[in-house]
Design a protein around this ligand. Structure first.
Ligand SMILES: C[S@@+](CC[C@H](N)C(=O)[O-])C[C@H]1O[C@@H](n2cnc3c(N)ncnc32)[C@H](O)[C@@H]1O
Length: 272
């Protein structure tokens, strides 16, 4: 891996390790309780419908950038077969492992940089799953799709449920933003350089802090994402856009019913 790529991903790792105790203070007990309920699923109806349409029952799944693992536990509860979650954050993986053990749900979690995943997982999975707020942390999207393709068996699927890049042009929820400014474009759609930020990553508990580690966030357009898949051997099987906020940062825009795409689901089939 290039040292430039590692500089970004290791800084993001440190930033996520800084954020996780704050997320855990706000939500760890809630998630622990939720998964005491047999068959609990944390995803919304749009996503569950798309997962069922693609087929999830019995499928072996790798969740890339799995954070605290709750979506993977849910996929297992939807009937998935072998489930492996992979994430760069030490503390996120520890939390995920602890909850899987506590709830007796058979999911395995591995701490790794996505770009370091090796041959042991090549050709191994039926589904690579990616969800809310993952792709933006990844400096090299084509390489990510090459990695996802390598991990899939022939005819495997990549399932992405992500924050819509259009929504990143608009302000995040902030009580100081007036109703008039809610739909004001404040960022470009075409942003080739990463954003380097030290703002609070605690979108779960809402604590304000300054991150010691720099967070590097990369805006990937819809074209970057679709062509990243196509150029790495995926055929697009399904694409849908939704006015549903899955970022926890655009609740007011969602409530305003302004007709803005806030999330999307994209499914690709490995063809080579
Ligand atoms: C916002 S979370 C997305 C997961 C989940 N949808 C959620 O909302 O919690 C982003 C995750 O990406 C992980 N991540 C960032 N860069 C990564 C990399 N290079 N390799 C593996 N995981 C990475 C972070 O550690 C973090 O847990």
């Amino acid at each position: 891996m290039t040292s430039e790529l590692k500089r970004y991903t290791e800084s993001n790792r440190a930033a996520w390790n800084e954020a996780m105790p704050k997320h855990q203070r706000a939500a760890k007990a809630k998630w622990d309780r939720a998964f005491e309920r047999v068959g609990y699923v944390c995803m919304g109806e749009e996503e569950v419908t798309a997962l069922r349409r693609m087929g999830i029952r019995g499928k072996s799944v790798a969740h890339l950038c799995c954070n605290n693992g709750v979506e993977l536990l849910s996929l297992k509860n939807l009937g998935a077969g072998e489930c492996v979650g992979l994430d760069i954050s030490d503390l996120a993986i520890e939390e995920a492992q602890e909850r899987a053990a506590r709830s007796h749900i058979d999911c395995r979690y591995v701490r790794t940089d996505i770009y370091d995943i090796g041959a042991e997982y090549h050709g191994h999975f039926d589904v690579v799953y990616v969800s809310a707020g993952a792709l933006g942390w990844l400096p090299d999207l084509p390489r990510f799709f090459a990695q996802a393709g390598a991990m899939l068996r022939d005819d495997g699927r990549i399932f992405i449920h992500e924050i819509h890049p259009i929504s990143e042009m608009l302000p995040f929820d902030d009580p100081k933003t007036s109703e008039d400014d809610l739909l004001r474009i404040i960022e470009p759609y075409f942003q080739t350089e990463p954003y380097e930020e030290h703002d609070s990553l605690d979108y779960v508990g809402g604590t304000e802090y300054t991150s010691t580690a720099a967070q590097y966030w990369f805006v990937h357009t819809i074209a970057d994402i679709i062509m990243g898949m196509v150029n790495n051997g995926f055929a697009i099987e399904h694409f849908a856009e939704y006015p549903t906020d899955i970022s926890a940062g655009h609740r007011r825009i969602e409530a305003a019913e302004a007709g803005i795409p806030l999330s999307f689901i994209l499914v690709g089939r490995k063809t080579m």
